[in-house]
Write a protein that binds this ligand. Structure first.
Ligand SMILES: [Mn+2]
Length: 346
Protein backbone atom coordinates (compact mmCIF):
# COMPACT_ATOMS: atom_id res chain seq x y z
CA UNK A 1 0.00 0.00 0.00
CA UNK A 2 1.27 3.51 -0.77
CA UNK A 3 2.46 5.79 2.06
CA UNK A 4 -0.30 8.30 1.51
CA UNK A 5 -2.99 5.68 1.79
CA UNK A 6 -1.39 4.29 4.95
CA UNK A 7 -1.43 7.75 6.50
CA UNK A 8 -5.03 8.30 5.54
CA UNK A 9 -6.09 4.98 7.05
CA UNK A 10 -4.34 5.95 10.26
CA UNK A 11 -6.38 9.15 10.33
CA UNK A 12 -9.54 7.11 9.73
CA UNK A 13 -8.71 4.82 12.62
CA UNK A 14 -8.03 7.75 14.95
CA UNK A 15 -11.39 9.23 14.00
CA UNK A 16 -13.41 6.01 14.10
CA UNK A 17 -14.18 6.07 10.39
CA UNK A 18 -14.61 2.65 8.80
CA UNK A 19 -14.67 4.29 5.37
CA UNK A 20 -13.99 7.54 3.56
CA UNK A 21 -15.27 8.79 0.21
CA UNK A 22 -12.99 11.04 -1.88
CA UNK A 23 -14.58 13.26 -4.53
CA UNK A 24 -12.05 16.04 -5.13
CA UNK A 25 -10.23 15.17 -8.40
CA UNK A 26 -6.79 16.24 -7.11
CA UNK A 27 -7.27 14.36 -3.84
CA UNK A 28 -8.28 11.30 -5.86
CA UNK A 29 -5.12 11.62 -7.89
CA UNK A 30 -3.02 12.17 -4.74
CA UNK A 31 -4.29 9.02 -3.08
CA UNK A 32 -4.55 6.68 -6.08
CA UNK A 33 -2.77 8.21 -9.14
CA UNK A 34 -6.11 7.99 -10.98
CA UNK A 35 -6.70 11.10 -13.11
CA UNK A 36 -10.19 10.33 -14.44
CA UNK A 37 -13.64 11.16 -13.12
CA UNK A 38 -15.67 9.42 -10.45
CA UNK A 39 -15.07 8.89 -6.76
CA UNK A 40 -12.95 6.74 -4.47
CA UNK A 41 -14.02 4.82 -1.40
CA UNK A 42 -11.33 3.91 1.13
CA UNK A 43 -11.98 1.37 3.86
CA UNK A 44 -9.79 -0.48 6.34
CA UNK A 45 -10.08 -3.64 4.24
CA UNK A 46 -10.54 -2.69 0.60
CA UNK A 47 -10.36 0.40 -1.59
CA UNK A 48 -12.58 1.15 -4.56
CA UNK A 49 -12.61 3.44 -7.57
CA UNK A 50 -16.05 4.13 -8.99
CA UNK A 51 -15.84 5.51 -12.51
CA UNK A 52 -17.65 5.27 -15.82
CA UNK A 53 -17.03 3.47 -19.09
CA UNK A 54 -14.69 6.22 -20.37
CA UNK A 55 -12.14 5.67 -17.59
CA UNK A 56 -12.31 2.02 -16.51
CA UNK A 57 -9.27 0.96 -18.53
CA UNK A 58 -7.36 4.07 -17.50
CA UNK A 59 -8.14 3.44 -13.82
CA UNK A 60 -6.77 -0.09 -14.08
CA UNK A 61 -3.59 1.15 -15.75
CA UNK A 62 -2.93 4.06 -13.40
CA UNK A 63 -3.64 2.47 -10.04
CA UNK A 64 -2.65 -0.50 -7.94
CA UNK A 65 -4.63 -2.25 -5.22
CA UNK A 66 -7.99 -0.66 -5.99
CA UNK A 67 -11.11 -2.53 -6.98
CA UNK A 68 -12.55 -0.75 -10.01
CA UNK A 69 -16.30 -0.44 -10.41
CA UNK A 70 -18.10 0.82 -13.48
CA UNK A 71 -20.84 3.08 -12.10
CA UNK A 72 -23.54 1.93 -14.58
CA UNK A 73 -23.13 -1.65 -13.39
CA UNK A 74 -22.92 -0.82 -9.69
CA UNK A 75 -25.57 -0.66 -7.00
CA UNK A 76 -23.69 1.74 -4.71
CA UNK A 77 -25.96 1.06 -1.78
CA UNK A 78 -25.30 -2.69 -2.02
CA UNK A 79 -21.56 -2.07 -2.27
CA UNK A 80 -21.12 0.63 0.38
CA UNK A 81 -24.30 0.59 2.48
CA UNK A 82 -22.65 -1.64 5.08
CA UNK A 83 -20.25 1.07 6.25
CA UNK A 84 -21.27 2.73 9.47
CA UNK A 85 -19.23 5.96 9.58
CA UNK A 86 -17.98 7.41 6.30
CA UNK A 87 -15.76 10.48 6.09
CA UNK A 88 -16.47 12.88 3.21
CA UNK A 89 -14.94 16.02 1.77
CA UNK A 90 -17.30 18.67 3.02
CA UNK A 91 -15.00 21.50 1.84
CA UNK A 92 -15.38 20.63 -1.84
CA UNK A 93 -18.27 18.23 -2.52
CA UNK A 94 -21.22 19.51 -4.57
CA UNK A 95 -24.58 19.63 -2.84
CA UNK A 96 -26.12 17.24 -5.36
CA UNK A 97 -23.38 14.68 -4.90
CA UNK A 98 -23.72 14.94 -1.14
CA UNK A 99 -27.48 14.42 -1.46
CA UNK A 100 -26.87 11.32 -3.61
CA UNK A 101 -24.39 9.94 -1.05
CA UNK A 102 -26.92 10.30 1.77
CA UNK A 103 -28.85 7.52 -0.01
CA UNK A 104 -25.76 5.29 -0.13
CA UNK A 105 -23.85 5.73 3.13
CA UNK A 106 -25.32 5.35 6.61
CA UNK A 107 -23.60 8.30 8.27
CA UNK A 108 -21.45 10.94 6.56
CA UNK A 109 -18.81 12.66 8.71
CA UNK A 110 -17.06 15.83 7.44
CA UNK A 111 -13.25 15.53 7.31
CA UNK A 112 -12.58 19.22 6.59
CA UNK A 113 -9.13 19.93 5.17
CA UNK A 114 -7.52 16.63 6.23
CA UNK A 115 -6.43 15.66 2.72
CA UNK A 116 -5.48 19.22 1.80
CA UNK A 117 -3.24 19.36 4.87
CA UNK A 118 -1.61 16.07 3.93
CA UNK A 119 -0.96 17.47 0.46
CA UNK A 120 0.59 20.66 1.86
CA UNK A 121 3.74 18.79 2.96
CA UNK A 122 5.43 17.73 -0.26
CA UNK A 123 7.55 14.66 -0.89
CA UNK A 124 10.84 14.94 -2.79
CA UNK A 125 9.24 13.63 -5.96
CA UNK A 126 6.56 16.30 -5.84
CA UNK A 127 9.11 19.06 -5.23
CA UNK A 128 11.13 17.75 -8.19
CA UNK A 129 8.10 18.14 -10.48
CA UNK A 130 7.35 21.66 -9.20
CA UNK A 131 11.00 22.61 -9.68
CA UNK A 132 10.87 21.57 -13.33
CA UNK A 133 7.55 23.38 -13.86
CA UNK A 134 9.04 26.56 -12.36
CA UNK A 135 12.20 26.26 -14.47
CA UNK A 136 10.01 26.19 -17.60
CA UNK A 137 8.52 29.47 -16.32
CA UNK A 138 11.98 30.97 -15.80
CA UNK A 139 12.92 30.09 -19.37
CA UNK A 140 9.66 31.55 -20.67
CA UNK A 141 10.41 34.80 -18.85
CA UNK A 142 13.81 35.29 -20.46
CA UNK A 143 12.30 34.28 -23.82
CA UNK A 144 9.50 36.84 -23.59
CA UNK A 145 11.76 39.81 -22.81
CA UNK A 146 12.63 40.08 -26.53
CA UNK A 147 8.94 40.39 -27.43
CA UNK A 148 7.94 43.10 -24.96
CA UNK A 149 8.01 46.41 -26.81
CA UNK A 150 5.70 49.30 -27.60
CA UNK A 151 2.86 48.38 -29.96
CA UNK A 152 2.60 44.69 -29.03
CA UNK A 153 -0.69 43.62 -27.44
CA UNK A 154 -1.03 42.00 -24.04
CA UNK A 155 -2.80 39.10 -25.72
CA UNK A 156 0.14 38.44 -28.06
CA UNK A 157 2.61 38.46 -25.18
CA UNK A 158 0.42 36.02 -23.21
CA UNK A 159 0.10 33.74 -26.23
CA UNK A 160 3.86 33.70 -26.80
CA UNK A 161 4.50 32.80 -23.13
CA UNK A 162 1.93 30.02 -23.29
CA UNK A 163 3.18 28.58 -26.57
CA UNK A 164 6.76 28.67 -25.30
CA UNK A 165 5.90 26.82 -22.09
CA UNK A 166 3.97 24.13 -23.99
CA UNK A 167 6.86 23.76 -26.45
CA UNK A 168 9.26 23.34 -23.54
CA UNK A 169 7.59 20.51 -21.67
CA UNK A 170 4.51 21.97 -20.00
CA UNK A 171 1.44 19.71 -20.01
CA UNK A 172 -0.83 22.73 -19.74
CA UNK A 173 -1.07 26.12 -18.07
CA UNK A 174 -1.60 26.17 -14.33
CA UNK A 175 -3.89 29.23 -14.64
CA UNK A 176 -4.83 31.89 -17.17
CA UNK A 177 -1.72 33.93 -17.95
CA UNK A 178 -1.78 37.52 -16.75
CA UNK A 179 -0.16 40.21 -18.88
CA UNK A 180 -1.16 43.67 -17.75
CA UNK A 181 0.35 46.87 -19.01
CA UNK A 182 0.30 50.32 -17.39
CA UNK A 183 -2.89 51.13 -15.48
CA UNK A 184 -4.30 47.69 -16.33
CA UNK A 185 -1.75 46.27 -13.89
CA UNK A 186 -3.58 47.93 -11.01
CA UNK A 187 -6.03 45.02 -11.25
CA UNK A 188 -4.20 42.08 -9.64
CA UNK A 189 -5.99 39.52 -11.84
CA UNK A 190 -6.25 41.50 -15.06
CA UNK A 191 -7.09 39.50 -18.18
CA UNK A 192 -4.84 40.19 -21.16
CA UNK A 193 -6.69 41.96 -23.96
CA UNK A 194 -6.02 43.94 -27.12
CA UNK A 195 -4.46 46.92 -25.41
CA UNK A 196 -0.99 47.72 -26.68
CA UNK A 197 2.14 48.09 -24.62
CA UNK A 198 3.38 51.67 -24.48
CA UNK A 199 6.76 53.14 -23.63
CA UNK A 200 7.15 54.24 -20.04
CA UNK A 201 4.79 51.62 -18.63
CA UNK A 202 5.18 48.69 -16.31
CA UNK A 203 4.09 45.29 -17.62
CA UNK A 204 3.05 42.67 -15.04
CA UNK A 205 3.62 39.08 -16.18
CA UNK A 206 2.13 36.34 -13.97
CA UNK A 207 2.13 32.82 -15.35
CA UNK A 208 2.75 29.18 -14.64
CA UNK A 209 2.51 25.73 -16.11
CA UNK A 210 1.91 22.12 -15.09
CA UNK A 211 4.53 19.39 -15.18
CA UNK A 212 3.64 15.82 -14.11
CA UNK A 213 0.47 17.21 -12.57
CA UNK A 214 2.27 19.86 -10.50
CA UNK A 215 1.91 23.60 -10.98
CA UNK A 216 4.36 26.45 -11.08
CA UNK A 217 3.67 30.13 -10.49
CA UNK A 218 5.79 33.24 -10.90
CA UNK A 219 5.38 36.96 -11.47
CA UNK A 220 7.78 39.55 -12.78
CA UNK A 221 7.14 43.19 -13.58
CA UNK A 222 9.29 44.91 -16.19
CA UNK A 223 9.42 48.49 -17.43
CA UNK A 224 9.21 49.33 -21.12
CA UNK A 225 11.74 52.14 -21.53
CA UNK A 226 12.92 54.19 -18.57
CA UNK A 227 11.07 54.13 -15.28
CA UNK A 228 10.30 57.45 -13.58
CA UNK A 229 11.49 58.05 -10.01
CA UNK A 230 7.96 57.36 -8.75
CA UNK A 231 7.84 54.05 -10.66
CA UNK A 232 11.21 53.10 -9.21
CA UNK A 233 9.94 53.87 -5.72
CA UNK A 234 6.92 51.60 -6.26
CA UNK A 235 9.10 48.81 -7.63
CA UNK A 236 11.70 49.10 -4.86
CA UNK A 237 9.00 48.98 -2.19
CA UNK A 238 7.53 45.75 -3.59
CA UNK A 239 10.99 44.25 -3.90
CA UNK A 240 11.89 45.20 -0.32
CA UNK A 241 8.65 43.67 0.96
CA UNK A 242 9.32 40.51 -1.05
CA UNK A 243 12.96 40.09 0.04
CA UNK A 244 12.10 40.79 3.65
CA UNK A 245 9.33 38.15 3.52
CA UNK A 246 11.69 35.58 2.01
CA UNK A 247 14.16 36.30 4.84
CA UNK A 248 11.52 35.49 7.43
CA UNK A 249 10.39 32.18 5.97
CA UNK A 250 11.42 28.94 7.65
CA UNK A 251 9.87 25.99 9.46
CA UNK A 252 7.75 27.13 12.42
CA UNK A 253 7.18 30.69 11.27
CA UNK A 254 3.58 31.92 11.48
CA UNK A 255 2.22 32.83 8.02
CA UNK A 256 0.23 35.85 9.21
CA UNK A 257 3.40 37.34 10.73
CA UNK A 258 5.11 37.17 7.34
CA UNK A 259 2.09 38.65 5.60
CA UNK A 260 1.82 41.45 8.15
CA UNK A 261 5.51 42.28 7.75
CA UNK A 262 5.08 42.76 3.99
CA UNK A 263 1.87 44.69 4.56
CA UNK A 264 3.64 47.07 6.97
CA UNK A 265 6.51 47.75 4.57
CA UNK A 266 4.10 48.62 1.77
CA UNK A 267 1.60 50.53 3.90
CA UNK A 268 4.34 52.87 5.14
CA UNK A 269 4.67 54.35 1.66
CA UNK A 270 1.50 53.22 -0.13
CA UNK A 271 -1.26 52.70 2.43
CA UNK A 272 -4.00 50.41 1.18
CA UNK A 273 -2.20 49.53 -2.06
CA UNK A 274 -1.57 45.88 -1.11
CA UNK A 275 -4.87 44.11 -0.53
CA UNK A 276 -4.40 40.40 -1.19
CA UNK A 277 -2.63 37.60 0.64
CA UNK A 278 1.15 37.48 0.49
CA UNK A 279 1.14 33.97 -0.93
CA UNK A 280 -0.39 30.53 -1.26
CA UNK A 281 0.59 26.91 -1.37
CA UNK A 282 1.20 25.33 -4.79
CA UNK A 283 1.02 21.67 -5.77
CA UNK A 284 -1.52 19.62 -7.69
CA UNK A 285 -3.69 22.73 -7.40
CA UNK A 286 -2.41 26.20 -8.18
CA UNK A 287 -3.92 27.51 -4.95
CA UNK A 288 -3.66 25.14 -2.02
CA UNK A 289 -2.54 24.95 1.59
CA UNK A 290 -0.88 26.66 3.33
CA UNK A 291 -1.81 30.24 2.56
CA UNK A 292 0.37 33.16 3.64
CA UNK A 293 -2.67 35.17 4.58
CA UNK A 294 -3.32 37.54 7.48
CA UNK A 295 -5.67 34.87 8.88
CA UNK A 296 -3.37 31.84 8.88
CA UNK A 297 -1.74 31.31 12.29
CA UNK A 298 -0.67 27.69 11.73
CA UNK A 299 3.16 27.36 11.71
CA UNK A 300 4.81 26.49 8.41
CA UNK A 301 6.37 23.05 8.02
CA UNK A 302 9.31 21.70 6.06
CA UNK A 303 8.02 20.55 2.70
CA UNK A 304 5.47 23.35 2.34
CA UNK A 305 5.72 24.97 -1.09
CA UNK A 306 4.48 28.56 -1.15
CA UNK A 307 4.51 31.65 -3.32
CA UNK A 308 5.70 35.00 -1.99
CA UNK A 309 4.02 37.70 -4.03
CA UNK A 310 3.52 41.15 -2.57
CA UNK A 311 2.22 43.84 -4.90
CA UNK A 312 1.34 47.50 -5.11
CA UNK A 313 -1.77 48.46 -7.08
CA UNK A 314 -2.37 52.12 -7.84
CA UNK A 315 -5.61 52.69 -9.72
CA UNK A 316 -5.20 54.67 -12.94
CA UNK A 317 -1.40 54.46 -12.71
CA UNK A 318 0.21 51.05 -12.46
CA UNK A 319 0.64 47.72 -10.73
CA UNK A 320 3.80 45.96 -9.63
CA UNK A 321 4.00 42.41 -8.31
CA UNK A 322 7.04 40.18 -7.76
CA UNK A 323 6.44 36.50 -7.05
CA UNK A 324 8.80 33.64 -6.28
CA UNK A 325 7.95 30.02 -5.49
CA UNK A 326 9.85 28.54 -2.54
CA UNK A 327 10.14 25.35 -0.53
CA UNK A 328 10.31 25.54 3.27
CA UNK A 329 13.32 23.46 4.26
CA UNK A 330 14.10 23.51 7.99
CA UNK A 331 15.72 26.83 8.93
CA UNK A 332 16.05 27.74 5.27
CA UNK A 333 14.09 28.01 2.10
CA UNK A 334 14.90 26.78 -1.37
CA UNK A 335 13.88 29.36 -3.93
CA UNK A 336 12.71 27.58 -7.10
CA UNK A 337 12.45 30.84 -9.09
CA UNK A 338 15.68 32.08 -10.61
CA UNK A 339 14.61 34.99 -12.83
CA UNK A 340 16.21 38.33 -12.07
CA UNK A 341 14.37 40.62 -9.68
CA UNK A 342 16.22 43.89 -10.17
CA UNK A 343 14.21 46.34 -12.24
CA UNK A 344 14.49 45.47 -15.92
CA UNK A 345 14.10 48.46 -18.25
CA UNK A 346 13.60 47.20 -21.77
MN1 LIG B 1 0.47 33.13 -7.26
Amino acid sequence: MNKRLTKLKQYMQENSLDSLVITDPQNMRYISSFTGEGYIVISQKKDYIVTDFRYTEQAALQTRGFEIYQSSKLNAKDAFGGFVRTGFEDVSISFSQYAAFTNVFQKLIPIGKTLLEMRSVKEQEEIAAIRIAESIGDKAFSHILDFIKPGVSERDIALEIEFYMRRNGAERLSFDTIVATGAHGAMPHAEPDDRLIQAGEFVVLDFGCVYKGYSSDMTRTVCVGKATDEMKRVYDTVLRAQMSSLDMLCRGVIPCDVHNNAQRIIDELYPGAFGHSLGHGVGLDIHEQPSLSPKNDKPLMSGNVVTVEPGIYLSGFCGVRIEDLVVIDGHNIVNLTHSDKKLIEL
